[in-house]
Design a protein around this ligand. Structure first.
Ligand code: 26M
Length: 803
């Protein structure tokens, strides 16, 4: 078959309309008179999808024909959000689609808004994987994302009496037009059982087997040239799991148990982004993803090669944190047990293929599994880990205390990932320094060439073109097209920063975004906010180190000050919060409730209502981020220094013309260097000062006693100002602030307060603010994920892109 014969030409509006109506009738099975929003959305999705298949097939064919090296990105999370509008933009079809819907009397944006978010991730790590997939496709880097097709993504959040309530998420209840099931690509994944020695070889006979079934989604690059595959594994019981004997004996429930267990593996995403509590199901999910993926990778390689020793020339596997770190032992196992390799040769080969990205230094997030659990679930892999550990000890001589893969009967997954990878990377310059210094000092001095930095980035297609069409239009009008794939061109805006006409147009894009957001808040959340206030936004997962608490405490201080002197010329502010807490994280949930309680009191205060509003729309996710970020004037990046590995929200805000108030943490450091210190609101202790301050006894109490503002705030909370009739509601928070305060809210409060006042003063000088905002956009092109992916390609994967 000549595939080129089947290629669809770039559609005219008329052809697009015909495709749309064809799908509405023949795929969706309805007609324009009766079609619902859902029907139109499906018809549109199929129309767009048809056009995605051509770059998808041609990229796959080219990689195959040219026998190119491929990268495999293994991640427990892909927070891809909605796909329809992104694919439409990347295929260059947005204008045509908008026009066709206009003529049908329908609104393209409204229909695209019907799509559920694919929320297969918690936060930064999962969203980064999604941005990287999009950049790899845009750059023509042959790549596969491998993940799990969770039936239920991240829980849905709502508030009841200000408290977070979780409900299951159900993205698969309606058809997913972007997914292609590949029943022919299914792999058995074994668990438990025994290892016996036979003729000097170890033979593992698993007790349970599950099938991993592939579901493929095309990932379309910008410019219609290339598409890659996101392959998500669904767990299916293998036929022998069904216990026919038991069933026939009438024990139906027991007969179905092993089947139910199998399906559990892809049932639900763990809603944790910090604590790694040892749970057998989590380890089993990690192995399920890893084993299916590694089998698929080796199978694909062997289709066109016969010598596995050349695997590193054709395969790069990237581990997104340690969650898939069992990939090292799994690849070694396949090479030794199934392909006759010696142990050392298998280790060398695996190490050349694998890379490991670290995303956190938080001790509670560093994965470790007890030796006992490993022995039970993955007995052969434990043997390999023990053998790796012995080999390392022999190679490098006597080891200091605490060095090695197993400590206190726990397998340390970070160390395992390190010794089985040729490169280990941190995600910002500061974070990489800390990875070297604090996390892997011993391994770093043994392998000084292994740790490298790749500062995170975000895709400008989703985070500018899709999220902020008026800004995108202004960029194109000012710089010409091309900035979408060469974001450093934003520098060209510097030439226009003093041009009043450009300044006016730039200001208009922000005003429009605020109006859009205000409209959406009113329509979807019943929240009314002024359109001309300073929009101050903190959106991210709830965690003590991110210090949403400091933000809401400052909000209270600000409210108290306005009440003391209402006529003092205050800048009207809307404080916007968004984010979910892990269901078991009590302190984070208390902070959510406090924010909502403060909102209730402050928003109802007639003295201050025109000057201060606090809003917290429930269920922050990727599509809410697309609405909030373009409207922000001020981006809150206020983590305790040394704790946020990078941040990526910080980049999205700066690219959309928000100014940052932030600490010297993660990528804030580099953002400040790029935009210039004058265009960034810096406050707070440095990472080294944080370490020193924590060693000062009673640092919290001392700091609170020094700060009149802080004491007034804590007193109001303790008096029940925000919890009428229940003054002790926030006793836990108050006790923590006075007596422990690990995240140094009190120590940084006054510095934050002074800087917030500087924000107000600057905002009153409209010209100056506008100038700073424009320079933020102009100077943050570096934070494109295209730049990050290029660095991975050249420093870690050794891949040259096909485009
Ligand atoms: C671990 C064990 C069990 C269940 C869940 C987990 C887990 C899941 C996600 C642990 C951590 C997870 O994510 C961490 C994360 O999102 N880190 C963020 O990564 C971003 C991308 O590099 C950085 O920008 C953020 O600073 C970092 O916090």
């Amino acid at each position: 078959v000549d595939l080129d014969d089947l290629t669809l030409p770039e559609p005219t509006p008329e052809q697009f309309r015909r495709s749309l109506l064809h799908h509405l009738q023949y795929t969706v099975g309805t007609d324009p008179e009766h079609a619902s929003k859902f029907d139109w959305r499906m018809a549109l999705s199929y129309t767009i999808r048809d056009r995605a298949l051509e770059p998808w097939f041609s990229a796959t064919r080219r990689t195959w024909n040219e026998d190119r090296k491929r990268v495999y990105y293994l991640s427990m999370e892909f927070l891809i959000g909605r796909l329809l509008e992104d694919a439409t933009i990347n295929l260059g079809l947005r204008d045509v689609a908008v026009e066709v819907f206009d003529r049908l009397g329908l609104d393209f944006a409204d229909i695209a808004d019907d799509e559920p978010d694919a929320a297969l991730g918690n936060g930064g790590l999962g969203r980064l994987a999604a941005c990287y997939l999009e950049s790899m496709a845009t750059l023509g880097c042959p790549a596969y994302g491998y993940g799990i097709r969770y039936e239920h993504g991240l829980f849905k959040q709502r508030f009841e009496g200000g408290r977070q309530v979780e409900a299951p998420e159900d993205w698969l209840v309606t058809d997913n037009p972007w997914s292609f099931t590949r029943p022919e690509s299914a792999y058995p994944v074994g668990f438990r059982g025994e290892v016996v020695e036979q003729d000097g070889r170890q033979v593992w006979t698993p007790q349970l087997q599950v099938l991993a079934e592939a579901h493929d989604t095309p990932v379309v690059g910008y410019g219609r040239q290339w598409a890659n595959t996101l392959r998500l594994w669904a767990a299916k019981p293998s036929a022998d799991l069904f216990d026919l004997e038991r069933f026939n004996a009438g024990d139906f429930t027991a007969a179905a148990e092993p089947e139910a267990w199998a399906r559990t593996l892809s049932r639900v995403l763990y809603p944790n982004d910090t604590t790694s509590r040892g749970k057998e199901l989590r380890l089993s999910q990690e192995y399920f993803l890893t084993s299916a993926s590694v089998q698929d990778i080796v199978r694909r390689y062997l289709e066109t090669h016969d010598d596995l020793r050349r695997l590193p020339e054709y395969v790069a596997i990237q581990m997104n944190d340690t969650h898939p770190a069992i990939a090292g032992p799994e690849l070694i196992r396949l090479l030794v047990d199934d392909h006759g390799f010696g142990f050392d040769a298998a280790v060398d080969l695996s190490t050349q293929v694998l890379g490991y990205t670290n995303h956190t230094l938080l001790p509670e997030a560093l994965e470790h599994w007890s030796v006992g659990l490993m022995r039970k679930v993955l007995p052969r892999h434990l043997q390999i880990i023990e053998q790796l550990d012995r080999r390392d000890a022999e190679l490098h001589g006597p080891r200091p205390e605490g060095v090695g893969l197993i400590l206190d009967d726990q397998v340390k997954m970070g160390d395992l990932a390190f010794v089985t990878s040729h490169k280990i990377n941190g995600v910002s310059a500061l974070h990489t320094d800390l990875v070297r210094r604090d996390l892997f000092p011993a391994l770093d001095s043994l392998h000084p060439d292994r740790i490298v930095n790749v500062t995170n980035g975000v895709t400008p297609r989703r985070w500018i073109a899709l999220a902020n069409p008026p800004l995108a239009q202004l960029l194109t009008d000012t710089l010409g097209s091309g900035w979408e794939t060469d974001l450093e061109r934003l520098r060209g805006l510097e030439d226009h920063v003093d041009d009043p006409a450009f300044r006016e147009a730039f200001g208009a894009t922000k005003r429009q975004a605020k109006e859009r957001l205000a409209g959406w808040l009113a329509d979807h959340h019943g929240i009314e906010v002024p359109k001309d206030a300073l929009y101050d936004v903190q959106v991210k997962r709830l965690h003590e180190y991110k210090r949403q608490l400091m933000n809401i405490l400052w909000t209270i201080a600000h409210w108290q000050r306005i009440k003391r002197d209402p006529g003092a010329g205050w800048v009207p502010r809307v404080k916007i919060f968004g984010g979910k807490a892990a269901p078991s994280y009590d302190m984070a949930k208390d902070i959510i409730r406090l924010i909502n309680d403060v909102a209730a009191v402050v928003n109802a205060d007639p003295e201050t209502r025109d000057l201060l509003q606090v809003v917290y729309p429930a269920n922050y996710n990727v599509s809410m981020a697309e609405k909030l970020i373009p409207a922000a004037d001020l981006s809150e990046q206020i983590s305790t220094a040394g704790m946020e590995a990078s941040g990526t929200g910080n980049m999205k805000f700066a690219l959309n013309g928000a100014l940052t108030i932030g600490t010297l943490d993660g990528a804030n450091v580099e953002i400040r260097e790029h935009v210039g210190a004058d265009n960034f609101f810096l406050f707070g202790l440095t990472a080294d000062e944080v370490t020193a301050r924590r060693n000062e006894p009673d640092h919290a109490r001392t700091a609170i006693e020094k700060s009149q503002a802080m004491r007034d705030v804590l007193q109001a909370i303790a008096e029940g100002t925000f919890s009428p009739g229940e003054p002790n509601r926030y006793g836990g928070i108050l006790d923590m602030l006075w007596n422990s305060d690990w995240f140094l809210v009190a120590s940084d409060f006054d510095s934050y307060d002074e800087t917030q006042q500087a924000v107000d003063r600057t905002y009153l000088d409209h010209e100056r603010w506008q100038r700073m905002a424009i320079l933020n956009v102009a100077r943050t092109g570096y934070f494109s994920s295209d730049r990050s992916v290029r660095e991975y390609m050249s420093h870690i994967w050794n891949i040259t892109p096909a485009l």
